[in-house]
Design a protein. Sequence first.
Length: 134
Amino acid sequence: MEKTIINPALLAKPVGYAHGIVMHGGKILFLAGQTGMDSTGTIVAPDDMVQQFRQALTNLRAVINDAGAQMTDIVKLNIFVANKKAYQAHTREIGQVYREFFGKYYPAMTLVEVKSLWDDAAMIEIEGIAVIGS
């Protein structure tokens, strides 16, 4: 399956995301929001943004893998954080975790600070869209 990354010269050069992606073929997989919840239903590391980010990506990867796809099939990520400053304070570590899952691949992304998430201990929730197969 082929994809074309779209980063128009008229826009600021994106760092850590793509402005758009055109997919050529494939099926769409909608990924529900994943938090730092482990398989027991417990939020890991209640005060650790980086570990919750890692767990949320681990959860997304489980869904992606069950669908027969890989993380680089994700074309859109929406990241919701309960505290933008806490996220910004750990961008270097979050970036390292990100690269463990995606390498140097960057889908279209949005980060939004929200008042709260469903689970009070959750600091982050990540949802996305993947295009798989052809």
